[in-house]
Design a protein. Structure first.
Lengths: 409, 409, 409, 409
């Protein structure tokens, strides 16, 4: 379709088939690029949609379209460290749009393979994804970033209308925007924003996507066993399977009970408040089970400090710094902490919430009886000594520098 | 009953009517004390039990029995800072046995009122409560601590059997221990431990106390509005009421939907793992609502740092340091942070989990339109500049000190 | 000089008399502003320079020139919380250019007094001061920011040459740039950058400003007593005096011994590395003394946690967030922590470094003898119990999950 | 001397030749032990003293005496991670008595080699070393700890007098205690405590040990180059040498200029305040140089977070948790952070303080010119965008929830 010539510059475009990235193809061609579209399948589409995306790319004039599966990298580079870390952004949000990093990383690998240093994305200049895209590119090498939507925002305000008109003029169909919410789906989960969600009001029923609504939760509670090896989930109900398959099944099984749905307002990288509804049954199950295992196995010192490390990991990933050196350092810590985090956790849900009802592991920190009698038992006198010395500093302060007591207010 | 004489030493005993504190009364009398029993009602008993406790104290030979309500101090000194802080011990546990601090504080006030410096408690030398009791006493003044159960543990191993026999010899009835679990109830919630919980296995149905079991959750979802003023809950569904009443009603209403139940393994002060089931519908509702309000109102800097402060508060309170000077400093921070945390949050539950579906407040950080146009709007070029400079250090590092990419592994 | 009319817009310009702010005056006049110049004296100039600045402003056509002393606000709002906090940026740098915040705050107060919402500053678009200026303005109200130097950088590259030429064309003298280094002096200290400092090489002798060079350090050691009340220095060698006077005298006396000089490379807000030489004898003396006092008076819990709070304060102040709400919250903590931080510290220096050789205070946490015998003494058996329980979690881990020993590598 | 029999229990005693450990030998023999004395030379003694210690052990009846050098393990396991971490206990103290961990570790290796599970040490029940000794033993295996001095403290108060008398009765000479201070020397440095130091008064001249007094500092400044590879010092002034030799030479050369001396009051593990004078010229030089290198090489994110990790490392090591699993995790982070920390730092001192005057490394984060133009340069407009978005949250807060300004107080 496209009249590629040897002299044309190549560009790899991260392509989803939506309005923004569809616009990018002819826009880039017009500027003399041979456009290679890459769709990284991160778990949000079915076969029909995947075929549509490929056809759409060709229709729009891409010289080449590539489809890659992002499932395994998402598991390895996002899910595993997230679950091991055990922390959420602002204590609530599990970084559900982190598939962006995988998409960019795959796109730059394609740039390298096709011999170009030009990468294009369809992010706007108003959102947080542009931070993730741009910074990932800069962290992975010296590539040119072309961002057509951001470029046209320099001149145009009603950008989406402009894009639609532009495409239609060129004879391309534009799917009408019908959805009330801006919804994003991938293997990690679903996010929904827009409309009354932005107004801090209660979201409508269309925001239930991976999670079944309460009226359809099964009557019988569900139990599921997750087995971890050094912090990584490896089996579901005793059956070994690849990580992405574990996550997919948990999304289905726990999603049927409405597990992992929440609403929160985040401080976005760009500085504004962003309120979203999100659903992530599988991630919630994995994190709940992993936490229960760690609580039983890690030392008090480890349980006390590790959250600080994991919180920083979450913050870096949220803010676009997926390939920042500090993240490597944090992951070295996290990996080390998992040496003994192996065992099986039984989760149970009757709807809404999932609870880790049982934990089996040979690594649980408990006194296995007389063998350790000398070092792990104590008597009342030792306890008294412990309490006295543990509180020495506070006690001395109470004597030397007494404060008013609440009863004396 | 007791033959008090002017020369007898007085002791104030924190008294619950259970085996341990019942034992303490004659034990202390035998050692020459006039025993004043204090029952601080922290919300775990009904009128009948309260009357039983009073009668029990007299039967055992207390020279005086005092009953006090601990509800308001629990609200003021535990619930309010806990909810404002928004953090949980090990990210999970809301400090449900913190009523101990109120009990000791009230007991020492009674010591002062009755002119004695001797305080007695029924803690054993094996648990964590003794840390809370002893340290609180030492932080509040120079009192003598008498701990009869710990004392007899110096000689006896089967302490509870010894206590029962001792009481029966003196003609006092001993309630048979029938409960499978060790259960603790107060206004804050319920904890259960023992039996298969200690074995990291699934807990039995008797551990459902404040929370209704799934089969009896109402069919209709529940919505409830909580109004906060400077971080403190003041109204429920528009009706102003005292804090303890808000908590009681939330315990009932959310408990009917099974909200706030969890199982976790904690690193206890004494150094062992302690696994418990706990239920706290009201605290869960308050914390969920307060968090949703703060997410919308505090700055990104505040939301980013405040958790560290609140986590330290939680750790101090868990470990017995309720009257440590650092806690005052932390609370000064927390109070300051609440200046604008006023507004109404609508919670919704259909069972198991509670979600903050709506937030109303004039303090939400959002651009109220053209008025703030200059400072709070930006264009695509500014966003590009932001991203470039925000990532400058990471980008320079990628240029100067490139690391292997995941794709190159 | 300037022909002001009622219709002219007024602007308050933060004015130092240097090239950049001199350029701003006619530049702003050309754009129809009546320029009110404000020089906030933060301690870096003598009387002659102050008079020159005033004359310069009038020569350049300012409709009004105002000189204000910034000494007391610098003490109250920068020095006091910095010393109380006890932390440095990147553990090294004491925020010596924080006088910027005072300058802006005073300038906006002058805007209010003169009835204008327009504020101008002479920062370039390359440095970090622009962040401090702009953000302070935005945090203090809805003012317009005019930044002429940044504006001309949109068109011109050799900005300083352009400014000089522009001024000379208008008949204004331009001081030749002779200094090898970019040097900044105020009450807080001196910073020097540029030339071989930027090249990570050893700085030349002109970088010794407040600090005497080693060859001229006095032979006799110096001792000086600083008295603090609730964390604030109030007396020097027993003599009460205003804070700024304490700082001035310490700069002189400790500067004669070369105290408080260092070189460091900072991660600047703008994302680049910035290497500077700095000298701050007085701040160093105050912080050393205050730390010694706190070490003796605060509890172990306070000493352990307070640095985290103070580090965040330092980071906010470094990065431009002097009026961010979180800073208020942090200061509430810091203030609370100083309740008992009163006493006298004797500093000693023989050159290069200052040491807190003695501390006197009634608040030092030490056992005052038999009075506290019960609560603050312990015996060997209690110590053994303490050690056993303190290490319980680690010990259990060593039993259950043994790791290889270094000797077994 | 000792009549060892096959049936006798063996014990390995950490032996220094001082009063306490001398007492232990006959005390243990009396209780039926064959005593194997181990002297781990951690750098505090000369050849004569080493020979004395060996002879002393034999005189006291040890069945075997072993001398081991602790220099290399101290470098590898204490100095390297301490310098890489870059943090000090309470921001001041570089853990100078951490040789204890090496001593215990070597002693337990000797236990294993000699086939015994019994280890003895001469710590008292009043100090902090007992925590380090006991916890290290428990973390390294299931050994019996015999602590004769602590044991006799159960009965005796004037313990040192009792020990002296006991030894003299057995015909052993006891060195008279003449030292005013309790002084501890090893490769890491010197600590002094006791007498007026405990009273928070100025220490006497005998506390100057490794550091020359100011009157004898050389007139000429000293420059020394330290080269690091991945964070570890490997060369001094261009000459490769083993780590312990680098440290020894730096102790000498910087000690001649009085570098690395300080006084501080620490919150000890046991809960009391402990005031000491310490001197560590070499550690101070290494840490100063390493910090200067890291400031230039690590990213802003790394420099911002790494101190938290290193502070926890320091706290664990101070408090006795040298073999706690968390320490392994922290060291995995620290190691990872050093990937590019290679280069040469020039230190300079003229007395009292040492300054990193120059840094050479190919890893310094600076823009190497046009090559990186696209990603690391910016213009004024981009800077404005950066500032606006960086401050967005603060600015919105200032608009929506204005606070009183200081000028409006």
């Amino acid at each position: 379709m496209s009249q590629s010539t040897a002299s044309n510059k190549k560009v790899v475009l991260a392509f989803s088939g939506g309005l923004d990235t569809s616009f990018c193809v002819p826009y880039l061609r017009e500027r003399g690029y041979d456009v290679i579209t890459l769709f990284v399948d991160t778990g949000g589409v079915d076969d029909a949609e995947r075929a549509y995306i490929e056809q759409r790319a060709r229709d729009l004039g891409a010289v080449e379209h590539v489809t890659e599966s992002g499932a395994q990298p998402i598991w390895d580079d996002v899910v595993v460290p997230l679950v091991i870390g055990g922390q959420l952004y602002q204590d609530v949000y599990p970084l559900l749009v982190s598939d962006r990093y995988i998409i960019v990383e795959r796109a730059l690998a394609l740039c390298d393979a096709r011999g170009t240093r030009v990468f294009a994305h369809g992010c706007t200049g108003m959102g947080n994804d542009q931070v993730r895209f741009d910074q990932t590119v800069r962290s992975l090498g010296d590539y040119d970033i072309v961002a057509p939507i951001r470029d046209i925002q320099h001149q145009h305000h009603a950008v989406r209308a402009y894009e639609a008109e532009y495409l239609q003029k060129l004879g391309h169909h534009v799917r009408p925007k019908t959805a009330k919410y801006s919804i994003n789906v991938n293997l990690l989960g679903v996010t929904a924003s827009g409309s009354e969600i932005d107004e801090f009001q209660a979201p409508g029923p269309e925001t239930w996507q991976m999670c079944a609504r309460p009226e359809s939760w099964p009557k019988q509670p569900l139990r599921v066993d997750i087995e971890f090896e050094r912090g990584v989930a490896v089996k579901l109900d005793g059956e070994a399977m690849p990580g992405p398959e574990i996550l997919r099944r948990l999304n289905e099984r726990l999603g049927a009970y409405g597990v992992g749905r929440n609403i929160y307002t985040g401080d976005t990288t760009i500085g504004l408040k962003g309120r979203i509804v999100f659903e992530c049954p599988g991630i919630t199950g994995l994190m709940t089970a992993h936490r229960a295992l760690e609580e039983a196995i890690l030392t008090a010192h480890q349980n006390g400090f590790k959250p600080l490390v994991a919180k920083k990991w979450v913050e870096l990933v949220y803010r676009g710094f997926f390939f920042e050196p500090l993240k490597d350092d944090l992951e070295a810590f996290l990996r080390s902490s998992q040496t003994f985090v192996s065992g099986i956790v039984t989760l149970e849900t009757a709807g809404g919430v999932v609870t880790p009802v049982a934990v089996r592991s040979e690594h649980i920190l408990r006194n296995k009886g007389a063998v350790y009698a000398q070092s792990a038992d104590w008597d009342a006198r030792e306890a008294e000594g412990f309490i006295k010395l543990l509180g020495m500093s506070s006690t001395l302060s109470a004597r030397v520098n007494p404060r008013r007591r609440p009863g004396q207010r």
